[in-house]
Design a protein. Sequence first.
Length: 254
Amino acid sequence: MRVELEALLKGNQMLAHADLFAGIGGFSYGLKQTGGYETQWYCENEKYAQEVLLSRMLDGRLDTAPIWPDINTLDGKPWRGRIDILTGGFPCIDISVAGKQAGIKGKHSSLWFQMLRLIDEIRPRYFIVENTPNLRFRGIDALLGSVADLGSYEVAWSCISARQLGAPHKRDRIWLIGKSMADPASQRGRGGNAEWQDAKDAWEPSRYPFHRGWDSCGRFRLPNDGIPQGVGRDHDCLGWECGTPRVQTGQKQR
C-alpha cells in the first residue's frame, strides 16, 4: 500500500482527502506536509476543535475546506469516487482501558459504524483508522468483519507507538489501512480522471450547513507549542447559521 501511494505522489497527482472525527486536524496537517494531498472537507462536532481547525485554515496550516458538524447527518453519496483517502479516529471512550470498556458497540465508539457507512457510500481508494490499541480486545473483530461485509476492501493493521517515531513518550495506537480492491481505472479520484469536478460542488449550499470561506475578525496568537492561547468566536456571528463564521483572539485560556 505504501509503495502504491508513493507511486501516485511521484506522478504529481494531488490526492483528495476527507477528514472524519477531525479534531484539531492532525491527519490533515500531516498529509498536507507531504505536498500530495488536499483536504476537501472536515467532519468535527466539538465547537472548540472546529475553532482550532478554522484558525489553522486562516494561518495556512490546513487546507481551507468546509467543516461538517455531525457525522450522523453527513451524506457521503455525492462524494462517491471523489475521495482518494478517507481518515478518521473514531471515539475510543468505550474501548479504552480508562473507560467502562463497553466495546465498539458502546454509545460513543459505535460511531465507527457511521464511518463504515461513509466508507461504503464514498468508496475511497484508501481509508485509515486510528484508535487505542485496546481495540484488539474490544471490537477489532466486529470492525474487520463489518469491513469484510462491504466486499471491496482489504485491510492491514498494526500497533505503533509515538516512541517508535522519535517522540519522547510511548502513546501506543492501533492503525488500520484499508485498500479498495476495485479497478483503479474505475476510481474517480482527483488525480486520475479528466471528468473530475471540484469536490466542494458536490454539496449544494442550500441543502447543507457548510460555508466555503471564512473571514477573520482578529489575529490568533499561536505559541510555540502550536496550541492557541485564545480562541473565540465573534458573538455577532451565529456559527453555522449565519454563513460567515468568524474568529477572534481571546484573553482567556480555554
